[in-house]
Write a new protein. Structure first.
Length: 369
């Protein structure tokens, strides 16, 4: 079993970006020191609550402050980017990090970003993402001249090639043939999960989905593997969850359900974001539950794993038994306003020191667990 941190990142919108960016950097440095394996960082352009527009720029600032943790984008919304720009920046970051990098991609899910870039149709954004990653892969594996014709992008570089000076040549990543690619997975029976299996990519199941949805992901991945004539590999599957570890079950429950706590804000924000778009059913413990009955407490009860180290270990093993053999657990990062910084620092430390060793003893230590 491997461990990681997943941050949107999510903060109250009144907090200055300079403050929250420094805070988020400190979280990743802490998890590196605690021995976490991965740190995933999201990308959003038009939300003060999710304020990092460039995960690669942010993560590059952490290269000299960390030793072993692997960085990942969670995710770059390829529906909004020219693929040649992303391919060049990813190749550069892969070299700067000496291969400590996973490329997480998605179509772009924040409604305000979709409006900002005038791509409101989720199906079209998905098509753009697929075309963009195919172009990126083609640029990384080929040499000039380049002529890549797609529906959304046309890449041509033929007349300005100067081989003796390297002009016109696209930079290849440090990792060969390219960094691992991961897809984010939110919906039940998600086609993204199947696509990851078909293409031999990684998959990351979101933390803000209930168990009834999460339990569909591994069978869907296995279906894709069967079609690709490939054995399902649990190490390719990451599951993100909100986890609170405290010194007692009672204390962890108090932290989880504290209206002034980070978990309460986290799930109130996500519920309002999805509910107002008509997508709230995907967060409910029961899709048939009336909207009026959904509260942050309802969602926390379903989606936050909390307790003492022994209790959290028990709950995580039960989750894995229920949903399937994920190889990496990603812990959702919370806001550190007020009392929350001390709480999450303690939670992450208890997880690393007491929960993770127990998980590894139960299910195995390596990436293939």
């Amino acid at each position: 079993m491997r461990s990681g941190l997943f941050m949107m990142p999510l903060h109250p919108p009144h907090r200055p970006l300079a403050e929250t960016a420094a805070e988020d950097a400190d979280k990743i440095v802490l998890t590196d020191q605690l021995g976490f394996d991965e740190a995933w960082v999201g990308e959003h352009f038009s939300a003060g609550s999710e304020p990092l527009a460039s995960p690669l720029m942010f993560l590059a600032s952490l290269l000299p402050r960390t030793k072993r943790i692997r960085f990942a984008t969670g995710v770059i919304g390829l529906g909004y980017h020219h693929p040649a720009i992303v391919a060049a920046e990813v190749a550069q970051f892969d070299h700067m990090s000496h291969g400590r990098f996973i490329l997480g991609i998605g179509a772009g899910g924040l409604a305000s970003d979709a409006e900002l870039f005038d791509h409101p149709d989720a199906k079209v954004r998905g098509e753009r993402m697929q075309e963009a990653i195919d172009i990126m892969l083609a640029l990384w594996k080929s040499e000039p001249p380049y002529r890549l014709e797609g529906r959304h992008w046309q890449i041509r570089l033929e007349e300005s090639v100067m081989p003796e000076y390297g002009v016109g040549f696209f930079q290849k990543p440090f990792q060969k043939p390219h960094p691992p690619i991961a897809l984010s997975v939110v919906s039940p029976h998600s086609m993204a999960m199947k696509a990851a299996a078909l293409r031999g990519w990684l998959a990351v199941s979101a933390n803000f989905i209930p168990t009834w949805s999460l339990v569909t992901h591994w069978p869907t991945y296995c279906e894709g593997c069967a079609e690709a004539h490939r054995a399902p590999d649990p190490s390719a599957w990451r599951v993100a969850r909100n986890v609170i570890v405290a010194d007692s079950d009672a204390l962890a429950r108090d932290y989880a359900f504290d209206p002034e706590g980070a978990s309460w804000y986290y799930f109130d924000y996500l519920w309002q974001l999805l509910y107002r778009r008509g997508l709230g059913a995907g967060m409910k413990p029961d899709p048939a539950m009336p909207d009026a009955e959904v509260t942050p407490a309802t969602l926390i009860e379903e989606m936050v794993i909390h307790g003492s180290p022994a209790t959290v270990t028990e709950k995580l093993l039960a989750l894995r038994e229920c949903v399937g053999p994920f190889g990496t657990l990603l812990l959702a990062a919370l806001d550190w306003s007020g009392v929350n910084a001390a709480r999450e620092r303690r939670s992450l430390t208890l997880f690393a020191d007491q929960v993770l060793p127990r998980l590894r003893a139960a299910v195995g230590e390596g990436v293939n667990a």
